[in-house]
Design a protein around this ligand. Structure first.
Ligand code: PEP
Ligand code: MN
Length: 337
């Protein structure tokens, strides 16, 4: 951290800042220029609040140099993390696709969609059994019965499963059905849930909160990793902005930014990122081109009658074409799909 003093800071103010830094176990290096004093503070500390120094008399600016996250940071782990589940590797050269309905609705629906997405090349079946709906009157998901029928459909089609966990009370039950547990955007800062997920080894798909900065997203990954679970995959799913033409604003730039800051795999969800069917494919293609390690796409065989998010769900033919297009893009940047 660097503390820049004001031009007219007094000697006493400078001494006080230095003393405060030493008291907090920082190594202090002071350099005095013609007009200002700059104080360099070195310490292996993830846990400090730079505002504690900003409020001291005579301080003009405080600049943090190291990231507040350690385990998620590329600085401390330069190689990409590859999350492996059975023979599927997320975080390497292969772009891995998770596809399926927003919600599991019934046996016939999940079986039909599982077979279709498998045929198009998806490796992982998505589907919510516990749905975080804005309205309490909307379909809330089938619960455990939904997971049971999704597991059966996935096994019949040789697919893995990702499904959203909304509460830590669901954890013991869900690990019996799911290969990946998804933390939804609305729960990205449910710290009790994140801590509980740190105690299992099931891979976690952590979706960026709709108003979360990239740093906050990585801090949430840090929560899970600090508990001992290093199998974390980040998911960019759009953030809330003032724009109204799309449900969210798909932040494609988060993909290379996160890849620079962190070794964790990062995938993209253009379905929630745009909220509109005809915007999903362009943003999916852009995400692959930007270097995403995978995609999560909502697909439904009958989206007009879907229990949730029909408007952003692709028809199977659209998904199939998108997979073809993404394969070409992946190849063009030296990846496989
Ligand atoms: C979902 O994937 O079903 C979902 C609700 O996504 P998000 O948490 O990104 O809104
Ligand atoms: Mn959805």
């Amino acid at each position: 951290m660097v503390v820049v003093m004001e031009k007219n800071a007094t000697q006493a103010q400078i001494e006080h800042v230095v003393a405060t830094l030493i008291e907090k176990n920082f190594d202090v290096h002071r350099s005095t220029g013609i007009s200002r004093t700059v104080i360099g503070a070195i310490g292996d500390k993830a846990n400090f609040d730079e505002r504690e120094f900003l409020v001291l008399d005579g301080v003009s600016e405080v600049v943090r140099i190291t990231e507040p996250y350690k385990l998620a940071s590329r600085t401390f782990h330069p190689e990409n993390t590859i999350v492996q589940i059975k023979d599927v590797k997320i975080g390497g050269d292969e772009v891995v696709v998770m596809a399926g309905p927003c919600s599991i609705e019934n046996e016939e629906q999940i079986e039909t969609i599982a077979a279709l997405v498998k045929k198009s090349g998806a490796k992982i079946l998505r589907g919510g059994a516990f749905k975080p709906r804005t309205s309490p009157y909307s379909f809330q998901g089938m619960g455990e019965e939904g997971l049971r029928i999704m597991r059966a459909a996935a096994d019949r089609n040789d697919l893995l499963i990702v499904s959203e966990i909304m509460d830590r009370a669901q954890l013991d039950m869900m690990v019996n059905y799911c290969d990946i547990l998804q933390v939804g955007a609305r729960n990205m800062q449910n710290f009790d849930l994140l801590k509980a997920l740190g105690k299992v080894q099931t891979p976690i798909l952590l979706k960026r909160g709709m108003s979360a900065t990239i740093e906050e997203t990585l801090m949430s990954a840090e929560y899970i990793m600090a508990g001992g679970n290093y199998n974390v995959i980040i998911c960019e799913r759009g953030i809330r902005t003032f724009e109204k033409y799309t449900r969210n604003t798909m932040d494609i730039s988060a993909i290379p930014v996160i890849q620079k800051l962190s070794h964790l795999p990062i995938i993209a969800d253009p379905s929630h990122g745009t909220g509109i069917r005809n915007k999903v494919a362009p943003m999916a293609r852009a995400s692959v081109a930007a270097g995403a390690h995978g995609l999560q796409i909502e697909v439904h065989h009958d989206p007009d009658h879907a229990a949730s998010d029909g408007a952003q769900s692709l028809y199977p033919e659209q998904f199939d074409r998108l997979m073809e297009e993404c394969r070409l893009i992946a190849k063009a940047i030296g990846k496989r799909m």
